[in-house]
Design a protein around this ligand. Sequence first.
Ligand code: ADP
Length: 479
Amino acid sequence: MTKVLFAAAEAAPFYKTGGLGDVSLALPRALKADGVEIRVVIPYYEKLFPEKYRAQVKDLLNFTVKVGDKSQYCGIKTLQLDDLDYYLIDNQEYFGREGLYGYWDDGERFAFFQMAICEMLERVDYIPDVLHLNDWHTAFIPVLLKEKYYWIKAYRKLKTLLTIHNMQFQGIYDPVILDSLFKIGWQTFNEDGIAFYDQVNFLKAGINFADAVNTVSPSYAQEIQTPQFGERLDGVLRANQAKLTGIMNGIDMQLYDPATDPALTANYSASDLAPKAKDKAALQKAVGLPEADVPVFAVVSRLTTQKGMDLLLDALDDFLKKQAVQVIVLGTGDPALEHAFEIYQLAYPDKIAPQIKFDVNLAQQIYAGSDSFLMPSAFEPSGLSQMMAMRYGTLPLVHLVGGLKDTVVPYNHYTGAGTGFGFEDYRPAVLRKMMTMAVECYTKHPKAWAKLQQQAMALDFGWGKSAKKYQHVYDTITS
Ligand code: ADP
């Protein structure tokens, strides 16, 4: 049986800023349930670590990691949660911060993290067959294994899988770090290796040096091989096509279940949808909108252009003016976009209610209490929110790209088929038209709407199938 160590910069329920955090919880759990021997390693962001898990954290050991010429403390803590073992990498200077990312020294912080992982394996006596890496924060490890830790005999059979959750974040740094942080030579600093326009690119390093690479939906795996979606690495991806696959993310069907979700005012299921109306009323009240019988559109998202928030803002003006609707936007992100939603609120206080915050409870209430979930992403590696929405009988309205294309079946009003609404042409007018069609379907064709809800709620977004696909990749690289 394959032995795996899953390495990521964030994992729910400890810390999450987005989909990576959700996947780092649910995928290892699903693999473990399938009998895979798997453990997880993440940084120990002490200030952000939830109080309720603190008592379970134990000190295992500590050692020193050389970051360039500096000797840095590296504590390894452990924790067991629901049968899954975690290693938490502790260094106050690097991880004792108020946030997860976005610091001037992120390169050094995650250089440390990656070296700490490599140096930890022998000491904790857990040497996996596969190191499952996630995103740029851990993508440089295959290079370290080759260039820095090649002399450790126990690591010689170690294989690596890199999962790319978002091509936009790559970890690009001045090549001086090869010496000042990693103390490795320049052998790999070439275009077929880790060099990217005279810089070092962690993600590119992972793509070139990992034994296998995957993205989090089949469509995104194809799209990133084109200049439009490849974030300047499309050529590198095409060159590595043979080891690149797309495996659709799942969601935790137990955690996200309207029948049991404790965050809701009223629980409901596909066979008894009536209580959903109570969740809608409670939501309207909670965000200060009138309890009117109009379609409620919602957003739960990072407020960025990736998520199509600029497109939505463009589409909203005419839409809010002409339609009897409500729009709830939960998210934080680009201040200009946050502000733009707030400006709309001044003009249409009874129609739009931006909630500029990160609030997991409110997110659940929105999935349950709204009618349609807006996700007009410019690109979407996987997207989890649209699946959560469908699980809660809230019809997603999406730009048909990446994971959105792979999970949402757009409504066909001739056949009644579909699990949501979708558009292809990425223009505000097209989004507005689709939203108007959704309003029409909701108000004039309630039976068709109810059928779409049933079809959406009948889908299985669990990790079962995808966990098997990951095991297949593990088997392929280790055999
Ligand atoms: P991303 O690209 O951000 O990873 P995903 O759709 O894959 O997008 O995952 C986003 C996750 O983060 C979902 O679980 C969503 O509910 C959650 N989320 C995003 N913004 C917020 C917020 N402001 N408050 C609570 N949860 C949020």
